[in-house]
Design a protein around this ligand. Structure first.
Ligand SMILES: NC(=O)c1ccc[n+]([C@@H]2O[C@H](COP(=O)([O-])OP(=O)(O)OC[C@H]3O[C@@H](n4cnc5c(N)ncnc54)[C@H](O)[C@@H]3O)[C@@H](O)[C@H]2O)c1
Length: 337
C-alpha cells in the first residue's frame, strides 16, 4: 500500500451527502485536490459550507444525468468516486422513474466515459441490501446469491453487473463497495437510517414502534466508509480491479432489538412497542473478511460508542425538528426535473 492520495485529483459525485461530506473532509485532510459534483437534491449544500474556502476543493452544482455536466466535472480527474443516487428504499419507491434514471442509467453512462476521460480509478458504492434475505445463521459473502427486496437494491445490482462485465477490458481500475447500513455524525445527518432513527426517537422522549425486531443487519460508521473508499484508492490496482468488497465489521451486526437495547442503556426507561409484519423483510448477516484479508481494512468505530454521543446530542437539543425535515433525511427530491 502506498499513500498516493496527496496531490491526486478526486471527483466525488454526491459529495454533499451523508457519506460524501465526511469523505470529502478526509480526502482534503489527506492532501487530495477534491472536486464535488452534486445537485443538492435535498437542499443539502450546507453540508459543504465549512469546506468551500479550501483552495483544494472545487464544487460543481449539477445533475450527473447530464453527460456534459459530468464530463466537465471529471475532465482531468485522476479518480472518480460515485456516491450520488436516490439512496434508500423509501425514496426510490416514491420516485421510481428518477431512481432508475439516476441510480442505474446515469451510473452506467458514467462508466462508459471513464476510459475516454483517462480516469485511473473508479469506486462504485453499492449496498449490502443486495443480499436482502439470507439465512442469518451463515454470513453472506461477495459470491453469495443476491436477493434484492427493493427497487433501490435492484438498481444497485444492475450497475454492479454492468461494471463487472466490463471491468477487465477497461483501462480504468474499477471496483464495487457493498456497504453496510451507515451510522455516524455527519454535516448532513440522516435520521432515516435505523441506528440514528431509533436513538433520536428514544432520546427525544418519543415512543418507538419497531417492526420485525429480530431481523439482522450489518452496520458501518461513515468515517469507516470513507476509510474504505480511501483504502481502495490506495491499494495496488491489480488487488481491486473488477473486485467487489463488502464494507463493514463482522462484529457490528445487530438485530433491531439489540440496537434498541443499546440505546436504552443511554436512555433508561425509554419505551418501545414491538410488532410483526413490516413491509421490509430484509434479514442478513455479512462476512467482511475479504476487505480485511486482502486490503488490510479494519473499521475503527462501533455503534455502541456512537450511541453515547448521539443520545447526548439529541438530549441537548442539537437536532430539533427532525421528522420529515429535508435537512435530516431522504424524504422529498428537489431540483431533478
Ligand atoms: N447511507 C447508507 O446507509 C448507505 C449504505 C450502503 C450504501 N450506501 C451508498 O453510499 C452512497 C452515499 O449514500 P448517502 O447516505 O451519503 O446518500 P445521500 O442521499 O445523503 O447523498 C446522496 C447525494 O447525491 C446527490 N445526488 C443525487 N442525485 C444526484 C444527481 N442526479 N446528480 C448529482 N448529485 C446527485 C444528492 O444531492 C446527495 O448529496 C450511495 O451510493 C449509497 O447507495 C449508503
Amino acid at each position: 500500500m502506498n499513500d498516493e492520495i496527496a496531490g491526486r485529483t478526486v471527483l466525488v459525485v454526491g459529495g454533499a451527502g451523508y457519506v460524501g461530506s465526511v469523505l470529502v473532509t478526509r480526502l482534503l485532510d489527506a492532501g487530495a485536490y477534491v472536486r464535488v459534483l452534486d445537485q443538492l437534491i435535498y437542499d443539502n449544500g450546507f453540508a459543504l459550507a465549512h469546506l468551500l474556502d479550501n483552495e483544494r476543493l472545487t464544487f460543481h452544482r449539477g445533475d450527473m444525468r447530464d453527460r456534459v455536466t459530468f464530463t466537465q466535472a471529471a475532465s482531468g480527474a485522476d479518480d472518480v468516486v460515485l456516491l450520488a443516487s436516490l439512496v434508500g428504499d423509501p425514496v426510490c419507491k416514491r420516485y421510481p422513474e428518477l431512481a432508475r434514471q439516476v441510480n442505474a442509467d446515469a451510473a452506467e453512462r458514467i462508466i462508459d466515459t471513464l476510459d475516454t476521460l483517462a480516469v485511473q480509478r473508479f469506486v462504485f458504492t453499492s449496498t449490502c441490501s443486495n443480499y436482502g434475505i439470507h439465512d442469518p445463521a451463515s454470513l453472506a459473502h461477495e459470491e453469495s446469491e443476491l436477493n434484492p427486496q427493493s427497487l433501490y437494491a435492484r438498481t444497485k445490482i444492475d450497475v454492479e453487473r454492468y461494471l463487472l462485465d466490463r471491468a477487465a477490458q477497461m483501462q480504468t481500475h474499477a471496483s464495487v463497495l457493498r456497504i453496510a447500513t451507515a451510522y455516524g455524525l455527519s454535516p448532513r445527518m440522516r435520521f432515516d437510517l435505523t441506528v440514528s432513527q431509533f436513538a433520536w426517537e428514544l432520546a427525544s422522549g418519543r415512543e418507538l414502534l419497531v417492526y420485525d425486531a429480530d431481523t439482522w443487519r450489518p452496520y458501518c460508521h461513515i468515517r469507516d466508509i470513507a476509510k474504505a473508499v480511501m483504502t481502495l484508492l490506495r491499494s495496488a490496482p491489480e488487488a481491486v480491479r473488477g473486485e467487489v468488497f463488502n464494507v463493514g465489521d463482522n462484529n457490528q451486526q445487530f438485530t433491531k432489538r439489540m440496537i434498541v437495547e443499546e440505546v436504552q442503556k443511554h436512555v433508561p426507561g425509554a419505551t418501545v412497542e414491538y410488532r410483526d409484519g413490516d413491509t421490509d423483510p430484509r434479514n442478513y448477516r455479512v462476512s467482511f473478511d475479504k476487505i480485511s484479508d486482502r486490503l488490510g481494512f479494519h473499521p475503527d468505530n462501533s455503534v455502541q460508542d456512537y450511541l453515547g454521543a448521539l443520545t447526548a446530542a439529541v438530549q441537548a437539543g442539537v437536532f430539533p425538528d427532525v421528522h420529515g425535515n429535508q435537512r435530516y433525511g431522504n424524504y422529498e427530491v428537489r431540483h431533478l426535473g
